[in-house]
Design a protein around this ligand. Sequence first.
Ligand code: EPZ
Length: 422
Amino acid sequence: MEKFLVKGPSKIKGEIKISGSKNSSLPILCASILFDKRVEIKNLPKVRDIETLLEILSKSLGFAVRRNKQKNSVIIFKTKKINTFCSYKLVSTMRASINLLGPLISKYKKATLSLPGGCLIGARPVNYHLSALKKLGMKYKIKKGYIHAHVEKNLVGTTIKFPKISVGATANTIIAACFAKGKTILKNCAIEPEIKYDLTNFLNKAGAKIKWIGKRTVRIYGVKSLKSISYSVMGDRIECGTFCVAATISNGNLKIKGLNPNIINTELNYLKKTGAKIKKSKNEIHIKGPKKVKCIKFLQTKEYDGFPTDLQAQFMALLCKANGQSIISENIFENRFMHVAELRRLGAKILIRGNKAIIEGNTNFEGAELMSSDLRASVALVIAASVANGKSIINRIYHLDRGYERIEKKLKKVGVNIKRIS
Ligand code: EPZ
């Protein structure tokens, strides 16, 4: 098992380029199932979840997948033997595979897909996906942990209001509705930029008819087919936010290229509250960390454009260094405080009360051996270790490799003493 050896404290200085967005690439790669002709997707991040999904598309579903690793791009095209079965073995390693259901039943009228298991941050049910696709005409039954779904003739457009905002269910249903007969209106949608801009732009460029007619309402007119296109995925806003936190916690000075700063205004405003100085230009952020981090009385995670749950762990590491008490409320997932026990091993003083974490602040981290849990908790440990006094070992970094492209290379380039050891 690989681990990171981190020697702190270090100050982040220099310039990095953000990789393509994992959470945009995944639904877009799932949507490639709709195409009859080749589709090229560029700026894919080299992360394990993308590798897993490309393996599912090729080995499990039978698509031809041609990689150009240098250019981080892939060309996908259908073959004569498309399969519609996706095994537990593959789905359990990448929950977002549930987003294969919408395109498979919309294009191929059937799918046998393993239910994704839960994960460390929560039960992660898929009831909103299933109920929305059922309203479009999907029939399904669940047997021995598999969803056996099919469509008689065609999906038919209708109006659907999601009971709760769900990124995955919104993406799955938009993709499925592209080939549904007539008009589909989806209400109470997730509006993360990966969905509202990137997935929508990708599909419309290929001839889909998707239009956002309200803040959380989208209208889709069904079409017969999509044309061959080439599309470049947007930058990863969570990776960008992660590096902004790393610069802030270390009194650093960092230039970050590859993302439109306006899509992370909420996070940048909170970083300013902690004392960071931020300059934004078209596709670049220049951030300087304060000598002493200021506390934030109350911070809560919300659906976009609120503060993202995917940055909660990283912010908690930052607030451990703040000049007073901060409170973070996690409102999206029921168990997303796995990093707290590990931050305490570095010396943090954090109390958990239900879905709230009370962070005492004024902590000087002392290096320790740590255990990664979920993807974002793991990177929070790397950030904390980078400013800790002395040596830290971070175990099970395969969690990190799921969503960050060789993060140690980027961190080393900007001054962090980190190396990958087996
Ligand atoms: C996406 O997960 C992201 N993953 C997550 O990022 C992110 O944390 C999450 O959205 C929230 O922003 C990808 O985009 C691949 P949801 P998703 O459906 O779609 C409940 C990362 O670190 N729910 O918006 O699974 C669910 O349990 C990952 O990159 C149901 O109850 O999130 C959660 O409490 C982690 N039933 C809440 O809704 C459903 O059918 C939000 O989930 C679906 C969701």
